[in-house]
Design a protein around this ligand. Structure first.
Ligand code: XIL
Length: 346
């Protein structure tokens, strides 16, 4: 009897330890939210997708379903059904929602792509889009990527928004979003701004100007689509500090680590390198008081934009295999959070 109880105890101990090793529990321990991008179409058709998601993450970013082309395909006609289904999944599973994205130069509906009107008319479109979308999700979406990728190395990116409305469209976009849901945390999101370089310098000065003008921007989103060469980690740490010194939160919003298609042996090595990169970034985020979330751009290699985006040259950028097995990178993230030096994060 005693022997039986002992084995039962050992079994429970180990099964408990194994199942408690989820991404969200190790992130939570460091006061970091564990997020991922999600595709609405996969939710109803793939049970393992739903289960892995609910077990490991406490924040969801709809990967495409809230983009302007999806939610306002025709002027004045808003289609929220797909995005709503993601929000409903999040609600049922007590997850937060990170809305993505209100103002961007890509994935705009063709009626905006073709738009050739004057500034006041485009301003009306900007305002009504933001008000309607943020208003629809008021109280349900906790974070919004308000403006996405508006800066390049040399300054403002030429887009219909900038070219027609001038640089102040950014400040006004934040104000429209804030008025539609004063409780939502508003983010400026961009790529190649996680380390010190010409572009992050421009973004830093933009954010500094916005903060000085009292604009309701509360965080910077670092996309972090990176390769197996990794990044300069010291520079990453310092960059987080620089954003924090403006009073901003820092969110890792779209992380993935693409690896080059190669023979099996090379791939095994690449997967190890990928693990180390995830580990270092998770650790630095956990050790930086300003870093509030660690979000990957998907979680299973079954659903990822990387092969399509790279003409099939790269693949396997995420934390689970195509059949939902935990990859070395999964353990890298857990390890990064575990090895982080204790930090007093509020
Ligand atoms: C990508 C999606 O992952 C793809 O499925 C889609 O076809 C194109 O957009 N930066 C962003 C994201 O802010 O919205 C992009 O997502 C990836 C780059």
């Amino acid at each position: 009897m005693k022997g039986l109880l002992t084995s039962l105890f050992i079994f429970l101990l180990f099964s408990g330890a194994a199942s408690s090793q989820t991404l969200k529990s190790s992130a939570e321990y460091r006061k970091v939210l564990m997020g991922t991008a999600v595709r609405a179409y996969a939710l109803p058709i793939d049970k393992r997708y739903r289960n892995t998601l609910a077990q490991n993450f406490n924040k969801i970013t709809p990967e495409n379903d809230m983009k302007m082309a999806r939610v306002q395909p025709t002027e004045g006609v808003f289609t929220f059904a797909k995005a709503d289904s993601v929000v409903e999944f999040a609600r049922k599973n007590s997850m937060l929602i990170h809305g993505h994205t209100l103002v961007w130069h890509q994935e705009m509906p063709s009626w905006v792509e073709r738009y050739r009107g004057n500034a006041p008319a485009l301003e009306k479109i900007l305002k009504s889009h933001i008000q309607t979308v943020v208003g629809h999700y008021k109280g349900k979406v906790q974070y919004w990527d308000v403006v996405n990728e508006a800066i390049e190395r040399h300054g403002y990116r030429n887009t219909i928004w900038y070219d027609t409305l001038g640089k102040d469209f950014i400040r006004r976009a934040f104000i429209y979003a804030h008025n539609a849901d004063p409780a939502a945390k508003l983010i400026y999101n961009d790529y190649d701004i996680a380390t010190e370089n010409q572009k992050s310098k421009k973004v830093l000065s933009l954010l500094s100007r916005l903060r000085k003008a009292g604009t309701p921007v509360c965080a910077v989103g670092l996309q972090m689509h990176i390769s197996e060469n990794g990044i300069n980690y010291g520079s990453f740490r310092r960059m987080i500090q620089k954003y924090a010194s403006l009073g901003l939160e820092v969110h890792i919003t779209e992380m993935d680590v693409k690896i080059k298609k190669a023979d099996e042996k090379t791939t095994v090595r690449s997967l190890e390198k990928q693990k180390v990169i995830y580990k270092k970034i998770a650790r630095i985020c956990a050790e930086s008081p300003a870093c509030k979330s660690f979000t990957t751009w998907g979680f299973t290699d079954k659903y990822t934009w990387i092969p399509g985006f790279t003409g099939g040259r790269y693949h396997k950028p995420l934390l689970f295999t195509e059949s939902y097995a935990r990859k070395p990178s999964f353990y890298g993230v857990i390890d990064g959070f575990r090895k982080a030096q204790p930090m007093d994060k509020r």
